[in-house]
Design a protein around this ligand. Structure first.
Ligand code: C2O
Ligand code: CU
Length: 640
């Protein structure tokens, strides 16, 4: 069974166990026989089995279960089982003399199991990996407290019992108040504080430990910018409101660059110096330009509150970067990114690395006005079919990008093709595909290359959206297996084995405090923005990142300013695959390597931007690099 299926089964068992024990307790009271306990015992055994199986997929998936939730219910369950067996083995006379109702089982132990089963629900809602001692302590104390009350029966508790109960309640109350206030995003939050040899407004000790070599000068991200020089390409992008007319004629309000969604495609050649002037004509919204996946220098990364202050209405900002990397990339605003990108503040960046004989089309998959749309070559976004002429025998390159918050399931039919590039990085010698379906992460890009057949059409499908190239009826979308791109990528130079630092991101969804409010947040290592521990790296280091997804959502992880080399997916070594947005599906474990070759303070987050807004945002810091910009409540910047 896959890890995702085990996680799902475990959720079902948590609920079933929580119901089964109270039901058993009730049945016993009404004079039920031993088999009234059977469902609860069987379900508990199943829960133990699933937790053990999950441990086989990785300790991240099982620790909270095996150390906390499962013992709380399975230990009393074992006692119940023991009492049942003892009773069954006893001689007839004794059996009749057994104390208590029904099958000689102490009903208080059954109630204890019921508390344990209910605690399992609590654990499933709030505890993740790593298990925090305070969470574990509170859950155990709750079960123990309820158990103690049950044991004593209706008698009034003694002095010691009352004192313990009051102490526990007081502790829980103080802890809750402290936790609420600690979770509030501070007025000012400086993500470069590690470099200033001063505590982060809220930081974890290990962050500080790696802070700054004594006496080393601090560089500010605002100085880490492209050196002056005459630009080879100049663009101006103006953020403004507009009403977009979809191909169907439907009109949707949008936030745009230059009045279109997507914004204009910016094209450059490798080696060129690109200058982009951002002008903000939005009535109220602050904007920035972030170059998604592009290795710009830190000062041009366009993250409000980290690499610059958000550009207010009426303001301007000039970005410059050297086009060093050919490929398909995109840009988008990075202040309140979720609404900004959803409403249309994005466009493509295409860098070509020399002459290409292929006819190119850009295909952007987004969601506008609640409907999935496809925008081809900057024409009106369409909810359905888009047709383009294509010469039989011509070479075609489709540059496909998902700018929506959810991945797209792609299919190319009518011709064999190659997945030539992933996230703008060319694959060497990619194999031929035909009939497979491709999953493209939110924020990710694929380049598909093929030769038009001598007759008939070729179709790219994404759900109901269709791009048809050439004449004739569209071929049916492929129904083949989902391609594992990590296995498809051909082998390259041997992957690194030694790393300077290793970090683990365990992704989950838990009920937790986000900015002072209990929310079903998306967590990394049990924490949410701005409390997720930021790795602090030294320039030149090679970092190994292990990402395990315990939740039920897919998380396209996106570290800014760097590409990652995929090492393995679910334990299977990957081909030579470099990405900037890698989609970690539920139950998956990815290992990637990141070369710290671009000093700065870099955001890192899930590119389902609604998840980023719900906590899944953190950063990667370099030793000795600070920022003069602040995030936080009163800063006017919203880097998430
Ligand atoms: Cu497209 Cu911070 O990302
Ligand atoms: Cu996510």
């Amino acid at each position: 069974m896959s890890t995702a299926a085990l996680l799902l089964l475990d959720d079902v068992l948590v609920a079933a166990v929580a119901v089964a024990w109270p039901v058993a307790a009730y049945a016993l009271r009404r004079g039920g026989r031993w088999w009234a306990l059977a469902p609860a015992l069987v379900l508990t055994a199943a829960r133990v089995g699933v937790a053990v199986a999950l441990a086989g997929s990785g300790w991240w998936f099982a620790a909270d279960r095996l150390l906390l939730a499962v013992p709380l219910v399975s230990l009393p369950a074992l006692v119940v089982l023991y009492q049942l067996v003892r009773q069954a083995a006893a001689p007839g006379l004794l059996r009749q003399a057994a104390p208590g109702p029904g099958p000689g089982v102490d009903p208080r132990v059954v109630l204890l199991a019921a508390y344990g089963g209910l605690a399992g629900v609590l654990v499933a809602l709030v505890v993740t990996h790593p298990v925090r001692p305070v969470h574990a302590g509170l859950v155990v104390a709750l079960v123990a407290g309820a158990g103690a009350l049950t044991w004593r029966g209706p008698r009034r508790p003694g002095k010691a019992g009352t004192a313990a109960g009051v102490a526990l309640l007081c502790f829980a109350l103080v802890w809750a108040v402290a936790a609420v206030s600690a979770s509030r995003v501070p007025e000012r939050l400086n993500l470069g504080a590690h470099a200033m040899a001063q505590p982060l407004t809220r930081g974890r000790p290990t962050v500080l430990a790696a802070g700054r070599a004594a006496g080393a000068p601090v560089r500010q991200v605002s100085t880490l910018r492209e050196p002056p020089g005459a630009p080879d390409r100049r663009f101006t992008l103006t953020a403004r409101e507009a009403t977009i007319t979809l191909a169907s004629g439907r009109r949707v309000p949008a936030w745009t660059f230059d009045g279109t969604v997507p914004g204009p495609t910016l094209r450059a050649e490798v080696g060129e110096l690109v200058e982009v002037r951002l002008v903000n004509r939005m009535p109220e919204l602050a904007v920035t330009l972030h170059w998604h996946g592009y290795p710009v220098r830190a000062g041009d990364d366009g993250v409000a509150g980290v690499t610059q202050d958000a550009v207010r209405p009426g303001g301007e900002f000039v970005y410059r970067f050297r086009a060093t990397q050919p490929g398909t990339f995109w840009y988008h605003s990075h202040d309140l990114s979720d609404p900004a990108v959803r409403m249309g503040l994005f466009g493509l960046l295409v860098v070509s690395g020399g002459a290409s004989e292929a006819v190119e089309h850009t295909v952007v998959l987004h969601e506008l006005g609640g409907a999935p749309v496809l925008a081809v070559d900057g024409s009106a976004p369409a909810e359905g079919v888009v047709r383009q002429a294509a010469e039989p025998g011509s070479r075609v390159r489709l540059r496909v990008a998902v700018t929506a918050n959810t991945p797209a399931l792609l299919g190319l039919s009518g011709v064999p093709y190659r997945l030539a590039a992933v996230d703008g990085r060319e694959l060497t010698r990619p194999g031929q595909l035909r009939g497979e379906r491709l999953r493209l992460a939110a924020g990710g890009r694929y380049d598909l290359v093929f030769t038009m057949p001598p007759a008939g059409a070729v179709a790219l499908s994404a759900g109901n959206r269709l791009l048809v190239l050439g004449d004739g009826p569209a071929p049916a979308p492929p129904a083949g297996a989902l391609l594992d791109i990590t296995a498809y990528a051909p082998a390259g130079p041997p992957p690194p084995r030694r790393f300077d630092r290793e970090v683990t991101w365990v992704l989950d969804r838990r009920l937790t405090l986000l900015d002072g409010l209990p929310r079903p947040a998306h967590t990394v290592n049990g924490r949410v923005w701005p409390d997720i521990e930021a790795p602090v790296v030294r320039e030149g280091e090679l970092i190994k990142i292990t990402v395990a997804n315990r939740g039920r959502d897919t998380h396209p992880m996106h570290p800014h300013g760097h590409e990652v080399l995929v090492l393995s997916r679910n334990g299977r070594p990957a081909g030579h695959l470099r990405m900037d947005t890698f989609d970690v599906a539920p139950g998956e474990v990815w290992e990637v390597a990141l070369r710290a070759d671009n000093p700065g303070v870099w955001m890192s987050h899930c590119h389902d931007l609604s998840h980023a807004a719900l906590g899944m945002t953190f950063h990667l810091a370099y030793e000795g690099v600070g920022t003069p910009f602040d995030a936080g409540r009163s800063s006017g910047n919203h880097p998430e």
